[in-house]
Design a protein around this ligand. Sequence first.
Ligand code: GTP
Ligand code: MG
Length: 189
Amino acid sequence: MAEEYIFFKVVMLGDSNVGKSTLLSRFTTDEFETESKSTIGIEWLTRYGNIDNKNIKVQFWDTNGRERPLAKHYYNDATVALIVYDITNHTSYKNVEGWLKELREQTTDPNILTVIVGNKSDRGHLRAVSEEEVMSFAVKENVCYGEISTLNENQVREIFMNSIIEAVRRKGHYGIISLNNCIKVNRSG
Ligand SMILES: Nc1nc2c(ncn2[C@@H]2O[C@H](COP(=O)(O)OP(=O)(O)OP(=O)(O)O)[C@@H](O)[C@H]2O)c(=O)[nH]1
Ligand SMILES: [Mg+2]
C-alpha cells in the first residue's frame, strides 16, 4: 500500500539579497555559499520526514525577491510563509509589510503560518532594525518572529522545524490561533 503523507508547502518571501536561498540550502543541505547567486525564476525542492508519527512531505518554494508581485501560483496552497529580511538593511525590513500584504491578498487559508525572519544576526554590529521594532509589528499583525544567522547556523534548524511542527498541529485544528503557539527564537550573541 502506498504511504500517505501530509503535504506542506513552505514559501520563501522577502527582498533580494536577504538570504532566502542561502537559508534554504543551509537547512536542506547544510551548506553555506558566500558566492550565492540571485535566484532566477522559481525553484522548489521536496523533503520527506516524520513528525508526531505522521509522515510529512514538505515542498520548499524559493524565488527572486525582485520579482514582486509574485505569480499567484507561487502562493497557492502555501502552509507556511517565511518572510525574510536582513537585520542590517532597514529597507528590507520596511518591505516586509508589502510582502505580508501580498501574501494576505493571494492566500485564502486563514491558518497559514507566517513567520518574519530577521537574517544575518552574525552582523549585529551593523544592525539597522531593532528587535523591539519587529516584535511590536509581529504582535500587531499576529504573526511569528525570529532572528537567525544562516552564516553561523544560529537558529536555522529551529525556525524551520518549529514552523513545520506548528503547521502539523494546525492542520486539522482550524480555529483561533494564539500567539502562544508562536515560535520562540532567541537572539544570537
Ligand atoms: N553575513 C551573512 N551573510 C549572509 C547570511 N545569509 C546569507 N548571506 C549572504 O547574503 C547574500 C545573499 O544571499 P541569497 O541567499 O542569495 O539571497 P536571496 O534572498 O536568495 O536573494 P534573491 O535570490 O536575489 O532574491 C549572499 O552573499 C549570502 O552569502 C547570513 O546569515 N550572514
Ligand atoms: Mg535567492
